[in-house]
Ligand binder design. Sequence first.
Ligand code: ADP
Ligand code: MG
Length: 461
Amino acid sequence: MNRIAAGEVVERPSSAVKELIENSLDAEARRIDIELAAGGRSLVRVADDGGGMEPDDALLALERHATSKITSAADLEHIASFGFRGEALPAMAAVSRLVLLTAANPVEGGVRITVEGGRILGVEPAARPRGTTVEVRDLFFNTPARRKFLRAPETELRHAQEAVWGAALAHPEVEFTLRHGSRTLIEAAPTTDPGQRLRDLWGRLEGPVHRFEELASGVEVWGLLAAGGGAGKPTLTLIVNGRPVRDRLLVGAVRRVLGVPGTGAGGARVVLFVTVPADEVDVNVHPTKAEVRFARAGSIFAVVERALRAGVAASQGHVGVRRVETPQWVAESGPGPEPTGEVAAIEPPGSRRPLFSHPAWGEEAAEPVAPPATWRAGGHPAGAGARAAAPDTPFGRLIGQYRSSFLLLEDDWGLVIVDQHVAHERVLFDRIRGRLAGETAPSQRLLEPLLCELDEAAVDA
Ligand code: ADP
Ligand code: MG
């Protein structure tokens, strides 16, 4: 039974690395040391300084479905801890020579349990600082058919290393080291800066690491982009709700953006942190929780794609676009103060009308309001100098209009483009907000009352 389960949970050495690291993280380790030999084929050892286990619990942990992490079926809906199936340790023990050395309370002493092919060979007291070390040797030694599927040590090492990268990026606050034989491959000190963690993991990383982010429809995406040497496929490390996972859909999104010839993004490294509400992502589709299923895959794809495009643009050093917030005065209704000074002068008479005419406004724009005189080209002293003259609007000095849609202005930093349509919407938005804040709004009683049933929450609202 355990051997069959082992095929699901433990595919190759990297799966052992992943499961053991997750257990260490669940045990709140601050430091995790990983050691491999022959790409993990002959040895995977993970040592942590987490909570450790009492000897009885340690024995129990090697039994199938012993998990300390789930108490009700409802927990499955909001899986917060990494492990919950209670089968990783028994599965690994079934197909390897495994040693579990652990101490929860070093004063009382720890325990060393030796297992071979699922049979417990020895249980003995052992000393260890608080924490746990699990050693998995000769993976699949007793299932030759599976062993045959293991690849060359370099390939297995690459997979194992990726597993460490994922966990280390998801948890920059935890110290990680990875050793392969006599070589130290990763030495990542705890940090609060994921960008620093990225550098620690990919020592050969040259050039800057760009951060990008996007928040839309309940999906929060942020990431790091390190441009590659211009050749090779982009690599993606994906972390969803704090859990490193694989997802073909999002790999597709990355390829779509970075695979475009001419972006110079070949060989780029991308780390994506995606946060979605727990009930919108199913992490239970894969036995090792390595794959996820999104309830709204389409919108996540779109947000990731947009975020990444922004990241690429930033990495290419594009011109920064400043957002100029509409100042409060445009929201003020009723007759404004007498135009005094240059800023006030731009408030059009009767601000309940559109500020500027726009073909797309339809009905409401039936009587477009002409820009105040001061806005017209002749209205200000010919700005012949290279430097913008004193601004005649809060956005700068008006220099023209493009396609009856955009106002072009200049200020000391450069060109300012105002989308008239959006500006108008903003005016309406501020006006509505003003009403919500207590201004009187026009309202009308219904001729016949309309009955609707609401629950308490809605009534409160
Ligand atoms: P799961 O992680 O799904 O609970 P595992 O087989 O991976 O199942 O682990 C079984 C149990 O052993 C865990 O629930 C936990 O109580 C304990 N355990 C495993 N690894 C560690 C560790 N590194 N430190 C402390 N406890 C651990
Ligand atoms: Mg586990």
